[in-house]
Design a protein around this ligand. Structure first.
Ligand code: NDP
Length: 397
């Protein structure tokens, strides 16, 4: 008996719903709830399983969430709304006795700042309540942490250097579009870069450091150093790490658009007065940009995300590269969504599967790398995100 409530009916929520429905032996009772109920109903119609329930909920409102949880009585909530809702949903989970999983760490709306402290602060309360919270269970964060845990468990005595490399070599044939929620995406990319070295965090200008990295089946792509939230938990959970960095590819066309958007003030997240109405420019921009959920149909090419690791085994230095390539078209054929939503939604479903199978149950607030990676890695191969390994190759980093 696996009763699950999915919150959020965007690109990622759609993929989670498809994958949960495909694993009906584990997920016996499913509800999708979001701000706009019609979007949930549309997903159910596409899946073609009228047993899946839907509901309208404002996930900023704890009382509304608690009422919904007490009514449906899920064992676990998969939170794939926006990072702004993480704390209200966690609070409601505590009040109603529900386990929790998400794919992105909490961000306050008024400042683009990423850190786990707000969610880690819930650890004792989840532990006391006997409830499991699983943080950051998408691809990155998510699979990136599980790959690292798998490497640490099987191939290294000490991990010294970790580089997470994220390439989207797809083409959606739009002049400019983001692959997931534009507001969240642009906030992330326009931040200062940051990486960890010898016990300290080093800050860079936004997109200051970049280099060509070669991705399997894709070739060389200019890759930019960004701050990414899983670096914070990975250096804490693997203290032998001397340096941890995150790289993401961007095309010149994308960067030119981004520069213009910033220069003209459209990336601002503070309120401005427009004809007596308060608007946030970045939220307005989201309303006029292509909807990431509509990109799938004409999306060609693939993503390639992995971990490049250097460290010691039996006193000898070795390197290890583990990665997945995901085709946008294959993702679209299966779920109606492009590869970025797919690579996030599939791991979120697997995290919940791990919980319901009893593999990942640990009262408290946990990052994914704190659990046994083996059953998760096995499921990645079965659920559409197969991985590949390269031993002792040139990491380029
Ligand atoms: P979308 O914007 O497509 O979807 C978000 C959904 O949440 C929408 O259905 C939206 O409703 C709903 N929502 C927003 N606010 C509320 C609210 N207050 N109450 C109820 N529902 C609400 O985003 P994505 O699907 O692209 O992304 C979902 C999450 O996945 C994000 O947190 C994102 O950061 C994360 N992510 C993680 C990745 C990873 O690898 N770890 C990669 C990509 C994304 P409405 O439609 O009415 O606006």
């Amino acid at each position: 008996m696996g009763k699950v409530l999915i919150i959020g009916a965007g690109g990622v929520g759609t993929v989670v719903a498809h994958k949960v429905a495909q694993n009906a032996d584990v997920f016996t009772d499913i509800m999708i709830a979001s701000r706009t109920k019609e979007k949930c109903d549309k997903i159910v119609a596409e899946i073609g399983n009228p047993q899946i329930k839907t509901a309208k909920v404002d996930a900023d409102n704890v009382a509304e969430l608690v009422a919904l949880f007490n009514d449906f009585k899920p064992e676990m909530v998969i939170n794939v709304a926006l990072p702004y809702q993480d704390l209200t949903i966690m609070e409601a989970c505590l009040q109603a006795g529900v386990n929790y999983l998400d794919t992105a760490n909490y961000e306050p709306k008024d400042v683009a700042h990423f850190e786990y402290s707000w969610q880690w602060a819930y650890h004792e309360r989840f532990k006391q309540a006997g409830l499991t919270a699983i943080l950051g269970c998408g691809f990155d964060p998510g699979v990136s942490g599980i790959y690292t845990a798998y490497a640490a468990k099987h191939y290294f005595d000490e991990i010294h250097y970790l580089d997470i490399v994220d390439c989207n070599a797809g083409n959606h044939h739009k002049a400019f579009a983001t692959n997931f929620n534009p507001e969240i995406n642009i906030r992330e990319i326009t931040q200062n870069g940051r990486y960890y070295e010898n016990g300290k965090w080093v800050t860079t200008e936004p997109l200051e450091i970049h280099k060509d990295l070669t991705y399997p089946n894709i070739g060389p792509k200019d890759s930019y150093l960004l701050y990414h939230e899983e670096l914070e938990s990975l250096v804490k959970n693997f203290p032998t790490i001397k340096r941890a960095r995150f790289w993401m590819t961007f095309g010149q066309e994308y960067l030119t658009h981004l520069r213009v958007i910033q220069n003209i003030g459209m990336a601002r997240i503070d309120e401005v007065d427009y004809n007596g109405v308060k608007i946030v420019p970045l939220q307005f921009l989201k309303a006029v940009l292509p909807n990431p959920q509509d990109l799938g149909e004409n999306y060609e090419g693939e993503t390639s995300i992995g971990c490049r690791i250097r460290g010691l085994k039996d006193g000898k230095e070795r390197t290890y590269y583990v990665y997945n390539n995901c085709s946008h078209q294959e993702a679209y054929k299966e779920t109606g969504m492009q590869g970025v939503s797919y690579t996030t939604g599939v791991p979120a479903m697997i995290g919940a599967l791990m919980f319901f199978k009893g593999e990942w149950k640990r009262p408290g607030v946990n990052n994914v790398e704190e659990f046994n990676p083996d059953p998760f890695m096995e499921q990645l191969n079965k659920q559409g995100l197969p991985w590949h390994e390269v031993f002792d190759g040139d990491l380029e980093l």
